[in-house]
Design a protein around this ligand. Structure first.
Ligand code: TRP
Length: 336
């Protein structure tokens, strides 16, 4: 019988901050669920992180911690290729080539560049500007069918498609043109203090986000303080337009307990926010507890972590280099 080739899925997260409850519920949890259905590549985008100045020892620690957390969240390294971006030189190599096929005007329109350059006015470096060409390389090297990303990365994924099509238009079918895979509403977890913006690992307000490694008492405190809405009805009802705070807490509670929004409304009918908010906190604590404990255990097992990222880099390089060789040949580089 002919073997059915699985579709390929690839994504990465920058180790530029602590992974949050939003990273878990919005991204990693979905990756775990799709383990068997797809051929998966997930990486720590450390090369992207240095577009903004990083403390070297923090970057190193967070990169390894992120790998430990991926595994602790349930991503099985036997079934998923987990690797560190800088360990696969083909990213930098293809990144350079694609820089030459990405237009200044296109890069100038990227909203993340505009955002980050206004936040880091003293360090508007070339890498920050050409970052989407590196991201296109990250993706196209693996010929993925789907790239699961958040809404904020959609523009970069569209640019990747444009660059792939441009390259294919000149040289023939070299790259698969991937589809972004944006999770449906519900997976987008918002800040606890500003529920109209996304829960972010680079949020300046520590009370807005929950880290995967956070202590239970801190989690509970943040949920108790979470912003609810100023409407007068004060009841647990899902309405993201007029009640973004409560709706976000309901989404979180739903994601960690598996209960539907309707069931949650019924459960807290007639009970105030004073009952609802700590209940969400407790449910989150129970979800994160085993993840935190497992990640702490794995972090201590340096030899195991090393074996995972070495094996991951080997597997990733094998695929990536195949694509890179094709590209080098097409553009006219002499074979090594
Ligand atoms: N740019 C992404 C972010 O900031 C991270 C990233 C880098 C990525 N390369 C990627 C995501 C490739 C998906 C595919 O979140």
């Amino acid at each position: 019988m002919e073997e059915i080739k699985k579709k390929v899925m690839l994504s990465g997260i920058q180790p530029s901050g602590e992974l949050t409850l939003g990273s878990y519920l919005g991204a990693i949890k979905n990756w775990v669920e799709r383990t068997d259905e797809f051929d998966n590549y997930y990486f720590m985008a450390d090369m992207h992180s240095i577009t903004v100045r990083q403390n070297p020892s923090d970057l190193r620690r967070r990169t390894l911690q992120q790998l430990a957390q991926y595994i602790a969240c349930g991503l099985d390294p036997e079934k998923n290729t987990l690797f560190i971006q800088s360990h696969v030189p083909a990213h930098a190599e293809l990144g350079w080539v694609l820089n030459c096929y990405t237009m200044f005007g296109e890069l100038s329109r990227m909203t993340q560049f505009k955002d980050k350059s206004s936040k880091h006015k003293d360090n508007i470096n070339g890498g920050l500007f050409t970052y989407p060409a590196l991201m296109a390389a990250d993706i196209l090297l693996y010929q993925p069918d789907y790239v699961p990303v958040g809404e904020d990365q959609k523009q970069h994924c569209e640019l990747t498609r444009d660059v792939a099509q441009r390259f294919n238009g000149i040289y023939g079918d070299v790259f698969k043109v991937p589809e972004p895979y944006i999770p449906k509403v519900g997976a987008r977890i918002m800040s606890l203090t500003d529920p109209v913006s996304k829960m972010s690992k680079s949020d300046k307000d520590p009370n807005g986000s929950i880290h995967l490694m956070e202590k239970p008492e801190d989690i509970l405190r943040k949920f108790k303080r979470a912003v609810t809405d100023s409407d007068t009805e004060r009841c647990v009802r899902y309405d993201p337009e007029t009640k973004p705070g409560v709706s976000n807490l309901m989404q979180i509670y739903s994601a960690v307990t598996g209960k539907s929004l309707q069931e949650i409304e019924t459960e807290f009918d007639g009970k105030g926010y004073g009952v609802f908010k700590p209940a969400v906190g407790e449910a989150v604590i129970e979800t994160l507890r085993p993840i935190r404990q497992e990640a702490e255990r794995i972090m201590k097992d340096k030899a195991y972590l090393e074996s995972v990222y070495k094996e991951g880099a080997k597997k990733a390089s094998y695929t990536a280099e195949k694509t890179l060789r094709k590209v080098y040949k097409k553009v006219g580089f002499v074979e090594r």
